[in-house]
Design a protein around this ligand. Structure first.
Ligand code: CA
Length: 372
């Protein structure tokens, strides 16, 4: 079997919404797989890398050799990366190859990954934008999310990364109000989105410990690994990070600094192949891996397959939705029911396309290099 065509394209979800960066990889058997890249700046850079750098190497390759393909692509143009958009491009290709493999073999991806520990997956509500809200507004938004039955709630502050410690007392007040709202014992997590100095993070972290939060996410700038080490050493609460790491080596640095939970993302870290390596690494160190994931369709579904098969997974899957607007291109979107996502036996990722609805939204990526 050979790869015969690689389509890199945007899916335009309508005015005011971000576009998704997708890839569809076809074989001479007429089967295709779907993948998705990280959507930063609409995933433009990843689509260009797929179109101009990866496609010539993919054409003619055996699509079932995803690991070999990934290592070749990783090193072929490594000076363009290996982080950021480059890793996103690798991820999109890898996810598509696993979806394709599942369809060729007639098996769901979760089974090809070694089997599912659970096929009904609890999720945590990942609630952004709380830095700008009042204490009361934060509570109202959390209340609304609780109707979906999450196993945990995470409040994100989406800090302006050019500033530090803008409102420590206010952030703590919001954390306290949410604890009061949900009651003792309900799992809560707190994500500063890189908003604090080391002393600021320690102050907030001590409050979170008192309030019984499960984890404290990205307290400091992601590139200041030494700052993570200081914060993790000073606090008892689990410190988490890793959604801005793209390589096995980057995750290793965080673990060795003392981070307790790593959070690499399947659309940023080489798909199932890259994330699987990171899971093995985390297990070797005895550190939890809780994947970051906020892309509502392909990325989200791929992440659920991964989490279902993740050995010794103790935490719910991240859920940033609901995004009905993206469900429209699938006949079988994976939606939450009674606080759970359920994975089917359908081959690959189990996402059956509605071609008519998809084609209304597709904008092909036209690389000047590919057509030159
Ligand atoms: Ca985060």
């Amino acid at each position: 079997m050979k790869i015969t065509r690689v389509e890199a394209f945007h899916v335009n979800w309508g005015a005011g919404r971000s576009r998704s960066a997708w890839v569809r990889i076809w074989t001479d058997a007429g089967v295709y797989g779907l993948g998705e890249a990280s959507p930063m700046v609409h995933g433009n850079a990843s689509l260009e890398i797929i179109a101009s750098a990866f496609t010539p190497d993919l054409l003619g390759a055996d699509p079932l050799e995803a690991r070999v393909i990934q290592d070749r692509l990783f090193h072929q143009h490594i000076k363009v990366g290996p982080e950021g958009a480059y890793a996103g491009a690798l991820a999109a290709v890898d996810i598509a190859l696993w979806d394709l493999k599942g369809k060729v073999l007639g098996q769901p991806v979760w089974k090809l990954l070694g089997g599912a520990w659970r096929r009904e997956l609890p999720f945590y509500a990942s609630i952004g934008g709380n830095g700008q809200r009042s204490v009361d507004e934060v509570c109202r938004v959390v209340e609304k999310w609780l109707e979906l039955g999450p196993a945990q709630v995470k409040i994100r502050f989406d800090a302006d990364k050019t500033t530090r410690d803008v409102d420590l007392a206010g952030d703590i007040a919001k954390a306290r109000a949410v604890r009061t709202l949900v009651g003792d014992g309900f799992p809560l997590a707190f994500d500063s989105n890189n908003g604090y100095s080391v002393p600021g993070a320690i102050r907030v972290g001590r409050a979170l410990e008192e309030l019984g939060y499960v984890w404290f996410e990205e307290p400091v700038q992601h590139y200041h690994v030494e700052s993570f080490a200081k914060v993790a050493a000073a606090l008892d609460i689990a410190v988490s990070a890793g959604e801005q790491e793209y390589t096995l080596q980057g995750i290793t640095r965080l673990i060795e600094a003392g981070v307790d939970i790593v959070q690499p993302d399947i659309v940023k870290t080489g798909g199932f192949t890259g994330l699987g390596d990171m899971a093995a690494l985390a297990r070797a160190y005895g550190v939890d891996l809780v994947p970051h994931q906020t892309q509502p369709s392909i990325g989200h579904t791929a992440n659920l397959h991964f989490v279902a098969s993740l050995t010794h997974s103790h935490h719910p899957a991240e859920y940033n939705g609901p995004y009905e607007v993206q469900d429209v291109v699938f006949k079988t979107p994976v939606r939450p029911k009674h606080g759970r996502f359920t994975l089917s036996d359908a081959p690959g990722l189990g996402l059956e396309l509605d071609e008519g609805e998809l084609q209304k939204r597709v904008i092909p990526w036209r690389s000047s290099a590919a057509s030159a």
